[in-house]
Design a protein around this ligand. Structure first.
Ligand SMILES: NC(=O)c1ccc[n+]([C@@H]2O[C@H](COP(=O)([O-])OP(=O)(O)OC[C@H]3O[C@@H](n4cnc5c(N)ncnc54)[C@H](OP(=O)(O)O)[C@@H]3O)[C@@H](O)[C@H]2O)c1
Length: 304
């Protein structure tokens, strides 16, 4: 159910009487990608905050936005990853800055967004890619791991939303939020990853509800659900070849690349997606169409 405009206005802190119109799609389509130039891209003049951007998929998403001309705010938990990412982006002439904090801490979330907006004066796009992936059988996962998982993956959704919406609703573009889910949300159930997958199911429902609340403000909210994707974390469990072997039964027969997930994120953030909100886009090579492997055929090193 869509929130009353008054509720949305209360969330954003501004009047919802005249939601900003998204610019019409350019009939000529998006400008060609300019991997080597940070100016003139699809997201020039846009401030994009990406959580979990110190490494992994979040880093690739931030990189693709920066290559398309955005100013990216790399939100990272581990300082050395965040610092390395920002340094390497800047060395390539890309526009990036760093905010550090643990999304499991409400005060950190508020501070990270405050710092980003104080530094750049606006916030147009938020991509929430960070996620804790605590592993364990449901009957065995202990309360400390569960508490951190829920704070990182569930409470943080609310804290990020509270911190971001007042700024996104003022964006001249207007604002967009994209949440990174997983094929593990309601579709694939991997031993050891069910608690994690359940938080992604919460995320998907949360994002759809939020799309309804923020639509009156012109803010679009969408979800991208990766399947098995070759990121740093996944490579800690499997080689690339093992990942492709695991994915050999998928319709596309291989694991995904971070760039392929990022492409979907950039599309949903673009003006070409101006009429898309509340959507959940699987980018999984068709993995969710394949029957789950026979009992015992998969172990907890199978990624997610
Ligand atoms: N790779 C896959 O096959 C796959 C499949 C489906 C969905 N996904 C989703 O894609 C996203 C990125 O995953 P990935 O494979 O790139 O994994 P990753 O390399 O482990 O990245 C996860 C990121 O989240 C950050 N993070 C975790 N808990 C945090 C917290 N409490 N506060 C702040 N940051 C936190 C990590 O920070 P640190 O650097 O400090 O650890 C890391 O940067 C996740 O949402 C994941 O669920 C991935």
């Amino acid at each position: 159910m869509t929130a009353a405009p008054d509720d949305a206005a209360r969330l954003s802190g501004i009047s919802s009487a005249s939601p900003p119109a998204e610019p019409a799609v350019d009939p000529a389509g998006a400008p060609a990608r300019q991997r080597d130039a940070a100016v003139g891209g699809r997201f020039a003049g846009t401030v994009v905050l990406v959580t979990g951007a110190g490494r992994g998929l979040g880093r690739t998403i931030a990189e693709e936005f920066a290559v398309e001309g955005a100013t990216v705010v790399v939100a990272a938990r581990t300082a050395r990853y965040g610092e390395r990412t920002v340094r390497e982006f800047r060395e390539r002439g890309l526009s990036a800055s760093l905010v550090l904090g643990d999304l499991a801490e409400r005060a950190d979330v508020a501070r990270m967004f405050d710092e980003a907006v104080a530094r750049h004066g606006a916030l147009d796009v938020v991509v929430h890619s960070a996620a804790d992936n605590a592993q364990g059988l449901l009957a065995e996962i202990d309360d400390d791991a569960l508490d951190y998982l829920l704070r990182s993956n569930v409470y943080a959704l609310h804290w990020i939303t509270r911190a971001a919406v007042p700024h996104l609703s003022r964006s001249k573009l207007p604002g967009r939020m994209i949440f990174i889910s997983s094929g593990a949300a309601n579709r694939v159930f991997s031993p050891g990853l069910n608690a994690y997958g359940s938080t992604k199911a919460y995320l998907e429902s949360f994002a759809r509800g939020l799309a309804g609340e923020l639509g009156p403000l012109g803010v679009r909210v969408n979800v991208v659900g990766p399947g098995l994707t070759v990121t740093e974390r996944m490579l800690g469990h499997l080689t690339h070849a093992q990942a492709d072997a695991l994915a050999s039964t998928y319709p596309l027969g291989r694991a995904g690349l971070p760039e392929e997930i990022a492409a979907a994120v950039l599309f949903l953030a673009s003006r070409e997606a101006s009429y898309i909100t509340g959507a959940s886009l699987l980018v999984d090579g068709g993995a969710s169409m394949v029957p789950f492997p026979a009992r015992g055929a998969m172990n907890d090193s199978a990624g997610h």
